[in-house]
Design a binder for this molecule. Structure first.
Ligand code: SAM
Ligand code: SF4
Length: 320
């Protein structure tokens, strides 16, 4: 379905939970977020019903996110159910990678198409400070290496002042294990606030000291707004997601479903449509499709970062 600005909407990010085993400083408050009661969270059958209605409107690509999606039980069962729907093009997952090794076999068997691993540093001390937890970062690196043998993997690194010495080590992951590495501007949501000095151009200049032939490439590497660069020395690509400085809204193709069933047209605004209330009130498929169509119709032309207002929620509830 096309919205009123001519954008074709075909991608739904589905948050499975607000809970997480980390407390990344730009995403969650140190004390975490208030826990939702079990009955507030969409059940897998409800998510599948929403996906079915979304498919009827041409939304055929689903990304599971959170909080940390893998802290919820039986994620592979949901992947399999979504993959089994008529018309599903892709089901992918975004994770901090800590539990990925435990679930990799089941996720691959369920038909998961790709995985994004969020990793901002390879330095243990930085990782502990940033995530406010003391897991070894090597566990994430091992898990992403294991995943890369079986699935397309992208690493997402948020650009932060304290991890500027990590641009090269992170970019090395594009050589070994050869995955795409994307640098993302911090968004002013939740605890996040971008440092205006941390631009893609600065990172690119630093990376070119090592890979001087890094040059833009037009390849389509996923469902999102990243701009990619390639070097003959790297198997993976280097990507940039300039959410704040280069507005990517003109090509935005997505809706977001929170874990409590709010369907949100834009990351930046808190308004949305309460699909949980609709479904639990007995709405049929047609009513659900109508509500999703309404969310598409409500999509604003552009985000409001920098306009002095924005989402009151934290990224872990919206799902990134
Ligand atoms: N826990 C999973 C993970 O970390 O990949 C999935 C949820 S997390 C909210 C999804 C993505 O949002 C992560 O890549 C994370 O780095 C990103 N994110 C969270 N807060 C952000 C912010 N303020 N600015 C930019 N990206 C942010
Ligand atoms: Fe958890 Fe992901 Fe947010 Fe970090 S970015 S606190 S891993 S939800």
């Amino acid at each position: 379905m096309t919205d009123r600005y001519g954008r074709t909407i075909r991608y739904l990010r589905i948050s499975l939970t607000g809970r997480c085993n980390l407390r990344c400083r730009y995403c969650m408050p140190a004390g975490g977020v208030p826990l939702r009661r079990h009955e507030e969270i969409l059940r897998y059958e409800e998510i599948v019903e929403i996906a079915r209605a979304a498919l009827a409107l041409g939304i055929d690509t689903f990304k599971l996110t959170g909080g940390e999606p893998l802290v919820r039980r039986d994620v592979p069962a949901l992947v399999a159910a979504l993959k089994g729907l008529n018309g599903t093009r892709q089901v992918t997952l975004t994770t901090n990678g800590l539990l990925l090794g435990d679930h990799l076999d089941a996720l691959v068997a369920a038909g998961l198409d790709a995985v994004n691993v969020s990793l901002d540093t390879l330095d243990d001390a930085q990782y502990h400070t940033l995530t406010r937890r003391d897991f070894p970062v090597g566990a994430v690196v091992d898990n992403l290496g294991a995943a890369a043998k079986r699935l397309p993997v992208k690493v997402n690194a948020v650009l932060l002042p304290e991890t500027a010495d990590q641009w090269l080590p992170l970019a090395e992951l594009a050589a070994d294990p050869g995955v795409d590495v994307r640098f993302i501007e911090e968004m002013p949501i939740g605890k996040g606030e971008a440092d205006p000095g941390l631009t893609a151009d600065r990172v690119l200049a630093a990376l070119r000291s090592r890979w001087p032939d890094l040059a833009p490439c037009d390849e389509k590497r996923g469902n999102g707004p990243a701009r990619y660069y390639r070097s003959a020395a790297l198997t993976g690509r280097i990507g940039f997601i300039d959410a704040v400085s280069h507005r990517f809204c003109a090509s935005c193709n997505r809706l977001r479903l929170t874990c409590t069933g709010m369907l949100r047209p834009c990351l930046c605004y808190d308004d949305g449509i309460d699909l949980r209330a609709l479904m639990r009130g007995g709405a049929d498929r047609e009513a659900l499709e109508k509500a999703i169509g309404q969310a598409i119709a409500q999509k604003p032309e552009a985000h409001c970062f920098g306009a002095g207002h924005g989402s009151e929620q934290t990224m872990n509830t919206i799902g990134g």
